[in-house]
Write a protein that binds this ligand. Structure first.
Ligand code: C2E
Ligand code: MG
Ligand code: MG
Ligand code: MG
Length: 283
């Protein structure tokens, strides 16, 4: 292939000193190749309900096994966003996640999967149609695929982003607001977004035990989100004490190394089989 996607990307990102370095260009063409040759993987991280101790869903997170740990997942995404590769990458992630949903359900695990969506995707004019067509073709059940968007997704073009989100939601895809509390959030967006879930960013969760300010912010966020009708997920829960504190605060769902790290599809199945047999006690 040519570097048309790359040229397109250059139009909307500010070159820094090493943006055009040979290493970088090599990385871009390797990423394009990896995507085409199915060398990228999606690992799955469980979401656990604090009220029932049951797994209520999984989040898909990108992995590039050949380049681990040289390039982190968020760096893969930034690279893809800057070069036009994010469009095919997200479409691949959605297709792959639907296929995994189907396999999981055949194995007795009818769990939904959350897919992270880049702000750029929301501004692709045909993105909602693409998603709807994919869902129709694959006979998916409404609610199977949740779309995770960050609160800053709206900033570049709020009107068109919101229109895309409304369409996606109307097609039966629940929306989740990721990394809440990490960026420049505007409470007026929270009010408008057609989302059903809010994920509190790990930066507010990791020191919950020691930081009383974080506890105030997290408790207030949980209360506000519940009053607005959202489910609340806490990201990055690593220990029992934090989980039990979050349960007392009324948080609905946790994700984090305490429950499980992101796992390959194979290991997810093993983990689910093992986990379902042992009633884990939290709090
Ligand atoms: P995110 O969507 O907020 O995902 C949560 C990140 O926290 C993941 O990092 C996950 O591995 C990590 N994590 C989960 N539990 C814990 C914990 O207990 N402790 C710690 N320290 N970390 C935990 P990861 O996989 O490196 O992904 C980073 C970010 O890259 C994601 O943040 C998301 O914004 C982006 N990303 C990953 N995969 C995709 C994708 O397929 N598409 C898009 N657009 N973005 C993706
Ligand atoms: Mg996420
Ligand atoms: Mg997040
Ligand atoms: Mg995060």
């Amino acid at each position: 292939g040519s570097d048309r996607a790359l040229e397109r990307g250059m139009a909307y990102y500010k070159p820094t000193r090493d943006s055009f370095s040979a290493d970088r260009l090599t990385m871009v063409s390797e990423l394009r190749h990896a995507l085409r040759e199915q060398q990228l993987e999606l690992h799955l991280q469980p979401k656990l309900s604090l009220s029932t101790n049951e797994v209520v869903g999984l989040e898909a997170l990108i992995r590039w096994p050949d380049r681990q740990p040289t390039i982190r997942p968020d760096e893969i995404i930034i690279l893809a966003e800057q070069t036009g590769l994010i469009k095919p990458l997200t479409r691949w992630a959605l297709e792959e996640s639907l296929a995994m949903c189907k396999k999981l359900s055949e194995q007795g695990w009818p769990l939904g999967i959350s897919v992270n969506i880049s702000p750029n995707n929301l501004l692709e004019p045909d993105f909602p149609q693409f998603v709807q067509q994919l869902m129709d073709e694959q006979a998916h059940q409404p609610g199977q695929i949740t779309l995770e968007i960050t609160e800053t997704s709206m900033m570049r073009d709020p009107t068109n982003s919101l229109a895309a989100l409304r369409q996606l939601e109307a097609f039966g895809n629940p929306l989740s607001i990721d990394d809440f509390g990490s960026g420049y959030s505007s409470l007026s967006y929270i009010k408008q977004l057609p989302a059903s879930e809010i994920k509190i960013d790990r930066s507010l969760i990791s020191d919950l035990i020691n930081e009383s300010e974080d506890r105030v912010i997290v408790q207030t966020t949980i209360n506000m989100c519940h009053d607005l009708g959202y489910q609340v997920v806490a990201e990055g829960v690593e220990d029992d004490e934090t989980a039990s504190l979050l349960k007392d605060m009324g948080c609905d769902i946790i994700q984090g190394y305490l429950v499980a790290p992101p796992l390959s599809f194979e290991n997810t199945l093993n983990w689910l089989d093992h986990y379902s047999g042992q009633q884990r006690k939290l709090g």
